[in-house]
Write a protein that binds this ligand. Structure first.
Ligand code: PAF
Length: 323
């Protein structure tokens, strides 16, 4: 399908590193984008100053942007790129409920649980999911750095009879904007593999306060990661996903390709925010309990990240109802 046949108006929801990366790249390629932010302050700053993207080669590019705060409701759009954390999804669900039946939502969250939430308020044919391994770092509310190349896989949770024309057009568009994007008939197997990568890279980088690539520099962290990988793989397999040695190699590749990246979990810890650990390692712990697979290492990591979050925030963050 030719892109020209579907002019897309894109709405990016979330002004964190992923939201700013997508919005700026799309705008710089001449696309129509509105960015919806959590705070009115960030929307005002973006509208006044524009959004600046620091490219991988260090060059800076700036684009004007239309930005609204979430409390003003969602603007009209063909495709909504949902770039908020899993834990912030609940707050946006009432607004998504009012989207036109012709609109599509592309969920960019790490972790699991978003499929169940989105299909409570939207028809499943409207919901698409991305497995994204691009690295990005928010430098300020109006500035983002692209820190590593990756692959953007997009698709429905389970196979549909036909490719969705809006999502298909977005895949073409993303490729023209310099992302490496592919349309997958089902995203579920990729979501599981991305979960495994995030369940290793994110908590370890957050606890040890190191960029992704440094995890590969010590045999101790590599051994630790490998043990975590196979523990999580046993849960994935019990949930119907066959995991192989080459999937471990893929995690190593993500670490290498995003070696300079400060993982989203470490960025959250540094900003004294809550993290996505409940939707990542917490999900594995929960599924492990449901399926009878012990995951003591992931359980320990979950507790350690929640404890660290409490410490940096200076107050208690409730773990999901596990303990
Ligand atoms: O959450 C993140 O930071 C990213 O998913 C990834 C791929 C681990 C890169 O840092």
């Amino acid at each position: 399908m030719q892109l020209q046949s579907i002019p897309l108006h894109l709405v990016v929801i979330g002004g964190g590193s992923v939201g700013l990366l997508y919005a700026s790249r799309l705008l710089l390629s001449g696309q129509s984008v509105t960015l919806v932010t959590r705070t009115r302050e960030q929307a005002q700053l973006l509208t006044q100053a524009g959004v600046t993207l620091r490219q991988l080669d260090g060059t800076m590019q700036k684009a004007s942007i239309r930005s609204n705060p979430m409390e003003d409701g969602l603007p009209q759009g063909d495709l909504y790129l949902l770039a908020v954390k899993q834990s912030d999804l609940d707050a946006i669900l009432p607004d998504l409920r009012h989207l036109s039946a012709a609109s599509r939502v592309l969920a960019l969250q790490n972790g699991m649980g978003h499929y169940e939430k989105l299909t409570q308020v939207l028809e499943s044919r409207q919901c698409f999911f991305a497995s994204n391994t691009e690295g990005a770092r928010r430098l300020s509310p109006v500035e983002v750095e692209h820190t590593g190349t990756g692959l953007l896989r997009i698709g429905p949770w389970t196979e549909q009879d036909e490719r969705d024309p809006i999502c298909n057009a977005f895949v073409e568009l993303a490729n023209r904007c310099g992302f490496q994007a592919v349309y997958e008939d089902t995203i579920k197997p990729f979501a599981w593999r991305k979960l495994l990568a995030n369940a290793l890279i994110n908590p370890l980088t957050a606890l040890f306060e190191m960029p992704n690539g440094m995890l590969l520099e010590s045999p101790h962290t590599v051994t630790f990661m490998k043990e975590l990988f196979w523990e999580a793989a046993a849960v994935a397999e019990r949930c119907g996903e066959k995991i192989e040695e080459r999937d471990w190699q893929e995690v190593v590749k993500i670490c290498r390709n995003t070696s300079r990246n400060i993982s989203s979990m470490l960025q959250d810890i540094r900003r004294r925010n809550h993290t996505e650990v409940n939707a990542i390692n917490g999900y594995l712990v929960q599924k492990g309990r449901e399926t009878g697979i012990p995951v003591p290492m992931h359980e320990t990591l979950l507790r350690a990240v929640l404890l660290k979050t409490d410490m940096v925030k200076g107050k208690g963050e409730a773990a999901i109802d596990l303990f």
